[in-house]
Design a protein around this ligand. Sequence first.
Ligand SMILES: Nc1ncnc2c1ncn2[C@@H]1O[C@H](COP(=O)(O)OP(=O)(O)OP(=O)(O)O)[C@@H](O)[C@H]1O
Ligand SMILES: [Mg+2]
Length: 637
Amino acid sequence: MFSKEGKTNSNRKRINEETSISKNKKLKKKTAIGPNSENGLVTSNISAGTSDAIIKEASKKKKKTPFNDVANDVKRSTAFPIPTGLMSGKASGKASGTASEKASVKASGASGKASGKTVSYKNTTIKSYCPSSPLRPITKSMAERIRLRTKVLEYKEQLAEVRRETVEIKEYNRAIESRLPKLHDELIQIERDYEEQAAKYDEEFKKLNEQCDVINEDNNISSENIVNIRKDLELKKDKIIEQKLSYESLLKQIQENYARLKIEEDTRKDLHNQHLDLKGNIRVMCRVRPYTDKENGIERANLKCSDDKRTIQVSTKRLRLWQMQTEKSTYEFDHVFDESADQNEIYLELCSLVQSAIDGYNVCIFAYGQTGSGKTYTMEGEVNNPEKKGIIPRSIDEIFDKIKETSKLGWDFKVYVQYVEIYNETIQDLLTDEDKNRKKSCKDRKKSCKESKDLCKIVYHEDTRMTIIENAERRNISKKKDMEILICKASNRRSKSSTNSNSVSSRSHGVFILHLEGENPIENMSSRGSLNLIDLAGSENIDKSGSVGDQMTEAQSINKSLFYLRNVIQQIKNKSNHVNYRDSVLTSLLKYSLGGTAKVCMLVNVSPLAESINETKKSLSFGQDARKTHVGTAIKN
Ligand SMILES: Nc1ncnc2c1ncn2[C@@H]1O[C@H](COP(=O)(O)OP(=O)(O)OP(=O)(O)O)[C@@H](O)[C@H]1O
Ligand SMILES: [Mg+2]
């Protein structure tokens, strides 16, 4: 091996010589020389030995080698005198680079003078320098060697590359392998989870399928049912329309019948009243008061009113022969009002009697019944409450309205009022403002009344068969309003006290008397009627009511006077030769009503409580007896 430097210098010398010769020749031959001819000369000086080093260098630089530049120059020039060896070197550099396949270098060997050796590169044939050149020509074997060496270097490089890659791949593989067991475990877990989940979904899916089947079945049944129901509905609809039509015609008939019935009922009542007038019997009506708020939870009596409102049935339980037996008693009246009857309903049944008073009859309506059964409520009610007004204020309303009406026919009526109470067999005037006696005890009141010159006396007017209370105020009232005020005052003056049975128990019989005196100068007629509205004190079981002292005396007096009343009615009923009207103040006052020509109506008030059942039965029994009593035909004054 020669030294690199020495070799280069000798080559440089040779190249310089060659350059000068070729310059001349080239000038002569006008050979086209490219811009890099200098390069070409430099490279042509490279000997075969230096070409290896150049190739190695080129291999090191890999991408940018002088061969590339040469090749580029070759591209640009069609005929360039590049030494074959260099061309090969360039070609091999190319081959080790990127485009080795594209370039093929052919060394055609030494040829004629002009052509010399040719090198082809990419379809370009490059003529080699002249064989006569002092440069050593590149032999075929040299070129082959260079090519092989290049190849070997190339392969080595590739091998090194492959080795590096192999190492990298191995490292990568190792890394992957180290992760493999974990990934494997994870995969197994995922598989398990998946299977579990899949099993669950399978089960749910099965269930849903089953539910779907059931729903489908139900739906089928339901849709069948719906079709049937629709058919049914259509049929029923037709029937309903038919029934509606027949219902409407029936309703019409019922309304017509009802109207007819109403007329007939009114006629029946009129006839019945006329019959009673002619017969002269006492009309007796019964009223069952409703439960009050205070009585919630207290046992009810078994009272049943008939549909025609003529009878009331009382059922009681009794122990007989060691057995509980139900006893039923039925009582008949001219009318029975059950608990639901309001004040107006009661008045409507009695208003014909009020009319009779205007027409000139003596009318007497009295409320009878045990304490707390609703007598005062029925007779007075709540005077200032239009719905709860009792018989007295309603009668006043009607009388004043009728008087107004009849005035158009020429009638002039005068209304006189007396309001008294029978307290412990004495008559107390409720219209007087002097109430000096009222505050005294009952004994003192009785005494003072007897001693007093003002003692109220009962006086009978034989001609008019009227009863007048002497020394009791007799007021002429011309206005409804004045009358209402008067009644309120009088009612407040009445003796009342609280007992076990009634918190506001009347301790006297209240007697409200209206004298109606009418004149009709046009017709030359006159009329004298009276309306006696009596709120009796209630019969009382003294043990039960817990009355003591004055209250007991009052209760005894009340019970005694009621006994005389029953007695008188009994005597009248039995047509006794002598009737003991004088036994009590009450019977004395009712003489012309019960035994004369008056129209009399008794209201029997009963309590709805089971604890009062015995008193209720007694009252009903008395009322039924009184109804059979013939008091005489009413006569108009
Ligand atoms: N029809 C009714 N509707 C509503 N409440 C009524 C009715 N009847 C009576 N009452 C009430 O029942 C209670 C007793 O009634 P009321 O004072 O009229 O009895 P009475 O028969 O007059 O008793 P007494 O003989 O002790 O005077 C009162 O609180 C009254 O308001
Ligand atoms: Mg009362």
